[in-house]
Design a protein around this ligand. Sequence first.
Ligand code: URA
Length: 244
Amino acid sequence: MKREQLTVTETIDEIQDALRCLERSGWDGFDCSSRCLETIQNWGRPPGAVRESLNDIQRDLGECRRCGLSAGRTKIVFGAGNPEAELVFIGEGPGYEEDRQGEPFVGPAGQLLTKIIAAIGLDRDQVYICNIIKCRPPGNRNPETDEIATCSPFLKRQLKAIRPKFVCTLGKFAAQTLLDTTDPISRLRGHRHFYDGLRVIPTYHPAYLLRNPGKKRQVWEDMKLLMKEMGLPLPAKDASINKT
Ligand code: URA
């Protein structure tokens, strides 16, 4: 009999037979963990086509001790948001609040980032937010070259897993790391760049904006460039994020 012709009762009988058969061979349960489901999803795919998930990457990161920052951190800040986002925001590294909560951009700079995201017509659940380094540097100092070199491969794997179309880098470290350049952020911002086929729009870091509110107009110009690239409607009136 064709599968689609089976009645509900027959289908239940078939399932029961299969379960009895499994019970006789010693099975007493199923592994329904996300890891197992991901493995099953990849069965039959050629090895190169198997896409690593964010969960795989986070599992591999584990309770990371790969660099000295681990000694002073409270929580690793892996990233948050939509794992299938079209747009990823990349910051520098966790600050005090992020380190306590394990979430990116939840302190004062994060509140400004939330407003910037709202100004382009999106909300935080629609985008993915992460950082170049996953542990807070002591006293919020700048990340060091070896710390960036150790941690940024995880960010690059995150981008491969999410496969966004657009990336907005926040501040000098994110832009320079992703674009592999030493050009200053003042020269990188205002233009579209490419990383691994993704369109990259660098802008100033929200923490820098809090200290230099006069730069908000330039960030708004960058956000308009991002909206244009993404095909998002530009506001009729030029609502600068000066109002945020
Ligand atoms: N600054 C960053 O660069 N990242 C955060 O997550 C918070 C503040």
